[in-house]
Write a protein that binds this ligand. Structure first.
Ligand code: PMP
Length: 375
């Protein structure tokens, strides 16, 4: 039968209790949300939604073409200028998603003959960037600058080191200063994905590279998403102007993709301005994460100490993780559930996100529900 192998895979998934299903989220969900990536609680901020609506009215529902043809509006240019200035880089380029931004950065900076050193815990979009790039890929142990150094020493020619700044599964941080030092010893470029750092880490949320003193460095390129702390949709690459110009000319997910929707650009710009006006939001997200962790630990749960706004809680098995998340939902709490094959280490966990706008009572309720429903 055509696609017969699909049914076999589906049956195996059913047997293992690992079927993924889509559940539409109601606009006015009664659930307490610790599952979204809206770290600063800006996705529904009136200034953000008004800016999205205004941008759509002014520029249209879509950007109408690729960035190089009709898809660049004054809003795109303004957003790029503002993002670059905020994060401390010379230039920025926005994409229709963070996924596309990562594919662009890794493929355009990892050409044939080059070496791409990639952390084993990197996000799927960086992994796919490595798979699509023409350079040779070498995966090294998680957060291991010594392994990076060894890989670079064994290669002659251009090289990049690719890493998340905050890893999306456990929320732990990459050793950015040590990675940059290893790169500098060997003349390699450092490409880091700050999807979970922008808006949360660094002075006023300027990101993990800023916090590590790497902002504006000529050998550092940063990617990020506009869909987490900026409450919008889209991605960005930040770096030296010559790197950004190279991406405009060489990155296929920039050249052949329709430009970021104006509403998304408008929303991201409004969120960024809110963050500039109220830099305490970033610190508040970090404080909520620390409080969540402390209360979970006090309740006897195995939670990973958060480096940013992601708090990961270990579950005994994939099946129990799925059931635990479902029981939380029944009790009024939305949490993420990460389990194989999404996690390379095979460890299943609940994934909680600390939102800057969570109240003390909400944090307490979340911890109580997680404790009461534990397997
Ligand atoms: N990088 C990381 C670390 C992420 O967690 C995500 C989103 N899940 C992405 C990139 C992709 O960003 P986007 O959702 O904007 O495509």
């Amino acid at each position: 039968m055509v696609f017969g192998w699909i049914d076999e895979q589906a049956e195996a998934r059913r047997r293992a209790g690992l079927v993924r299903t889509l559940r539409p989220r109601p606009a006015d969900s009664p659930l307490l949300d610790l599952a979204s990536n809206d770290y600063l609680g800006l996705a529904r901020h009136p200034e953000v939604t008004a800016a999205a609506a205004e941008a759509a009215r002014t520029w249209g529902g879509g950007s109408t073409g690729s960035r190089l043809v009709t898809g660049t509006t004054a809003l795109h240019t303004e957003l790029e200028r503002t993002l670059a200035a905020f994060c401390g880089f010379e230039a920025a380029l926005v994409f229709s998603s963070g996924y596309a931004a990562n594919l662009a950065a890794v493929t355009a900076l990892g050409p044939h003959g080059s070496l791409i050193v990639s952390d084993a815990g990197n996000h799927a979009s960086l992994i796919d960037g490595c798979r699509l790039a023409r350079g040779d890929r070498q995966v090294v142990g998680h957060a291991d600058p010594e392994a990076v150094r060894k890989a670079l020493a064994a290669h002659a020619g251009p090289a990049i080191v690719v890493s998340d700044t905050v890893f999306s599964v456990d929320g732990d941080r990459a050793p950015l200063a040590a990675l940059a030092a290893a790169c500098r010893e060997h003349g390699a470029g450092l490409v880091v994905d700050d999807a979970h750092g922008l808006g949360v880490l660094g002075d006023g949320g300027r990101g993990a590279p800023y916090a590590a003193g790497l902002a504006g460095a000529e050998d550092v390129v940063v990617t990020a998403t506009l869909s987490k702390s900026l409450g919008s949709q889209g991605g960005v690459v930040l770096g030296p102007a010559r790197v950004i110009e190279h991406l405009v000319n060489a990155a296929r997910t920039f050249i052949f993709d329709t430009g970021l929707a104006p509403a998304a650009a408008g929303a991201a710009l409004a969120a960024l301005r809110l963050l500039e006006r109220d830099p305490e939001r970033a610190a508040r997200a970090r404080a909520v994460a620390a409080e969540l962790h402390a209360r979970l630990t006090a309740a006897g749960l195995e939670a990973v100490r958060p480096d940013a706004a992601v708090v990961s809680v270990r579950a005994p098995s994939p099946e129990q993780a799925v059931r635990w998340a479902a029981d939380c939902r029944t009790a009024g709490l939305a949490v993420g559930c990460f389990r194989p094959p999404s996690v390379p280490d095979g460890i299943s966990r609940l994934r909680l996100t600390a939102r800057a706008d969570l109240s003390g009572a909400e944090i307490e309720r979340a911890v109580r529900v997680i404790g009461e429903t534990r397997p």
